[in-house]
Ligand binder design. Sequence first.
Ligand SMILES: Nc1ncnc2c1ncn2[C@@H]1O[C@H](COP(=O)(O)OP(=O)(O)O)[C@@H](O)[C@H]1O
Ligand SMILES: [Mg+2]
Length: 257
Amino acid sequence: MAIYRHAPMKADNVHFIYDPLPGQKGGFSIACAEFSVSPEQVCFIIGKNGSGKSTLIKLLGGFSVPGKGKITLNEKPLKNAHIRCLLVGVTDMLVGRLTVLDHFALGLALGGLSTGLFPRLSAAGHLRKRLGAIKGLPEDLRKEVLDLSILACSELSSGQRQLVAAVLAILVTADAIVADETAANLDAENARRLLKLLKMVAQQDKIPIVAVSHDLLLVAEFADCAYIMENGVASRLDLPTEFEKRVSFLRGKMGFD
Ligand SMILES: Nc1ncnc2c1ncn2[C@@H]1O[C@H](COP(=O)(O)OP(=O)(O)O)[C@@H](O)[C@H]1O
Ligand SMILES: [Mg+2]
């Protein structure tokens, strides 16, 4: 799908409203007047629980369709774009007896990528190639992912499962990646490894990446740009360049003392 390659992701005047939940008069709605992420950039969305971050991520990933406005990649509608969505809690759905690599092979097949007669072998081949092709990927992470990806999910800790599944998902070639709290539940070191990987993939594949995070230190370290969701309204943040100033700016925006 060459028309989407190396393209900015944009949202213009996007509105979305859920059907009301039981007991509610109106459904929760979100509004995003302007949203723009250039290729090679990692853009963060911060905001309180229930502010609408996951709803916006699903719209940007093409899971939901806005009631009004448009979301585009390279000025084209998302329809056939290959957007990799790392949604919150997906690793809870992994099947214990299968390896993460099996899930990866299944995902590739379902996504229309041919895995041939030997899905495990071709998924492993694709993965090895990508793991080898990402410049600057630390050797220990490469080895850990390869070693863990062939164990049954039930033999991994939930953190290991999340790390391996996220790394594999990030490595599947895409036109853009949207990630919802992908580093949540990981220890501080693994969360940084994952964010570093996202940054490398954004730069080397020249794709835009949007990530939701509650970890303001990670946001301050890795953000090229950021938005805040407040009661369903997305606004762009004018991030200071210096790390310490960024942290206190982000804390202030979140209403921390
Ligand atoms: N499928 C749904 N139907 C109706 N309301 C929903 C649905 N999913 C989420 N919501 C509501 O939308 C609001 C925002 O949710 P969400 O986008 O998940 O917030 P966040 O990710 O910032 O915590 C919440 O009040 C939630 O109840
Ligand atoms: Mg959420």
